[in-house]
Ligand binder design. Structure first.
Ligand SMILES: [Zn+2]
Length: 114
């Protein structure tokens, strides 16, 4: 066995995230996490993430406690780290967060978020 490649990681996930079994589980995870990203609290672009990657822990692919709801941005950040990329520099991250805040619906003022 040689070291894994990025392609393989994608294929592993795709196998799991297809089919009705996954869809039902994803709904359970969304309900549990309140339909918001567990890291930044946004409710946009939500994705269901495996805390321990399917690549290394295929037996946990359908375990609810191994799932967490992340938004696209947080998910990308986590995946980047997993596949060995350096995380974004704080400055770039700040910029992204700013953009995200700007994209937020202003009607949500009054909701207390971090
Ligand atoms: Zn997030």
């Amino acid at each position: 066995m040689t070291s894994f490649k990025r392609k393989e990681h994608i294929r592993h996930s795709a196998k799991v995230t297809r089919g009705p079994r996954w869809r039902a589980l994803r709904m359970q995870a969304l309900d549990r996490d309140g339909w918001a990203c567990v890291q930044c609290g946004t409710r946009k672009r939500l994705e269901c993430d495996h805390v321990l990657p399917v690549r290394t822990h295929p037996e946990l692919a359908y375990t609810l406690s191994n799932l967490q709801i992340l938004c696209g941005a947080c998910h990308t950040r986590k995946t980047r780290i997993e596949v060995g990329h350096k995380p974004l520099t704080p400055k770039r991250q700040q910029w992204r967060d700013l953009l995200r805040d700007m994209q937020r619906n202003p009607s949500s003022i009054g909701e207390t978020s971090c």
